[in-house]
Write a protein that binds this ligand. Sequence first.
Ligand SMILES: Cc1ncc(COP(=O)(O)O)c(C=O)c1O
Length: 416
Amino acid sequence: MIPLSSFRIVPNTTVDRSLTFGESAVRALEGALGDEIDLRTSFRIARSEITTWPDYCPTPLVEMSGLARDLGVQQLLYKDEGWRFGLSSFKAMGGGYAVSRIVARYAMESTHAANMTSKDLLSGRYSSATSQVTVTCATDGNHGRSVAWAAREFGCKSVIYMASIVSPFREQAMISLGAEVVRSQGNHEDAAAECRAAASERGWFVVSETENATEPAIAADTLAGYATIMSEVAKRLPSGEPPTHVFVQAGVGGLAATSAVFCGLQWPQERPRLVVVESDQADCILRSIEAGEPITVTGDLDTVMAGLAAGEVSSYAWSILRTGADYAMAIPDEAAVATMQLLATPQSGDTPVVAGESGVASLAAALLVLQNNAVREQLGITRAARILTIGTEGATDPEVYRRLVGLSPEEVMRRT
Ligand SMILES: Cc1ncc(COP(=O)(O)O)c(C=O)c1O
């Protein structure tokens, strides 16, 4: 178990628990993205394309039976995105997929082809067209790595902007995937502004899930790619029964929003309660849910959960989470670190898992809730509960991992 640490959880008083939530969520997101987006088709195409990629393999859905037993619930699941395409994070499914679509659209336009699949692009036949494309983004690590990887795979160029504090390891990972990396002197917001300015001057494509940065079609593809993660979960549920509770972490909220839409469409009758988890240093969604409108968190957003260090919820995500999140929760760094350690050296007989700081946030939140009877009751968690958590990253920076866990990722893997 992890040491008890303080956390905040707030109920969403405007949550829509009706059977038609999935339909309304699709309409809300399409409304936010613009008329030309058909979200269900985007979800379907994303799944059919990503599953043809050469190294595609569903990531493990780890059943933590020992922890579940000790914490008194029927099931505790951890979707381990640490195994995604050798990139160690779920971001390949979003930004990576969006890059493939940008390149496909460009190649279709320039060759007048009626359709262009990932397979067509990967064959290299269209490389003279695809090499004209440059994709760009601002990143604190995972997103940029996925964009750089997909640019290499699908034959275009990438230029990645990073804040001054992003670790040299993360920078090197992008360079070795062929990206040009531009270091901003400032923070993430400065890097994002520089990225947008360069893109509009040079005709580059910004890969993002937020409205002020990118075209709606690119944001829609990013979100659609994430839906494939949830569809893998739905196909592999150990008991075949949907989770009763889903804990998912958020930065700008794209993954959480897509999870909410997916749950609404997939399990309208038994839609799981959705708990959106943030760092307590970057709790913009929690504050927005409390206020009933988007609230920006300012300050240095200094958290070890670097992927969650966002001060503002994306308006696309907000169009869903406003009524689709049941609870918002904010946890301290110490809970994330303790959960990384627990996964590396489990006490309950479960298999060790290598998981990164931002990746464990949803599991950390679930563990804190499960150890608190009053909150368990508030969330309706009984002994029959089936809890799903999304492990969004593995050891994306091995040095940081070793410092926080006391073991290297390889040492943990050897124990499995
Ligand atoms: C490991 C990890 N988990 C979660 C998130 C949050 O995703 P979102 O910004 O879609 O809410 C990020 C974002 O970069 C991340 O890197």
